[in-house]
Design a protein around this ligand. Sequence first.
Ligand code: HEC
Length: 95
Amino acid sequence: MKPILIALLFVASVACTTQIYAPTEANVNKVQPATLAELQQGHDLFQSKCGKCHKLPNPGKHSKDDWTKILGKMAPKAKLSTDQSDLVYKYVVNN
Ligand code: HEC
C-alpha cells in the first residue's frame, strides 16, 4: 500500500474516536459541585447517549455557558431526563 493511503486510513480511524476523560478525584468540584459518583454517571450517560448522531463532542471544547445552551438543545434529542442532563452537565464542565 502507498504511504499516503496508510496515512489517510490512520487519520480516518483517529477522527472516528473521541477520547473523553475518565473522572477522578481531581475533577470533583473543579468547576461545579459534583461528587465522583455523579461524574461517573455523567460520563457513562454522555458516552452512551451523546455519540449516536455525531461523534462525541470534546468536553473541554465548550465553555460552561455553551454547555448550558448545548444541553438545552441536545438533552431532548438524547431523551435525557432533567436529572440525567444535569449529570452530563456536571461531567462535561468539570473536565
Ligand atoms: C437525535 C440525534 C442527536 C443526539 C442523540 C445528540 N445530538 Fe448533538 N447534535 C445533533 C445535531 C443534528 C446537531 C447539529 C445541529 C444542531 O446544532 O442542532 C448536533 C450538534 C451538537 C453539538 C455542536 C453544537 C455547537 O453549537 O457547536 C454538540 C456540542 C452536541 N451536539 C452535543 C450533544 C450532547 C452532549 C448530546 C447528549 C446529551 C447530544 N449532542 C446528543 C443531534 C444529536
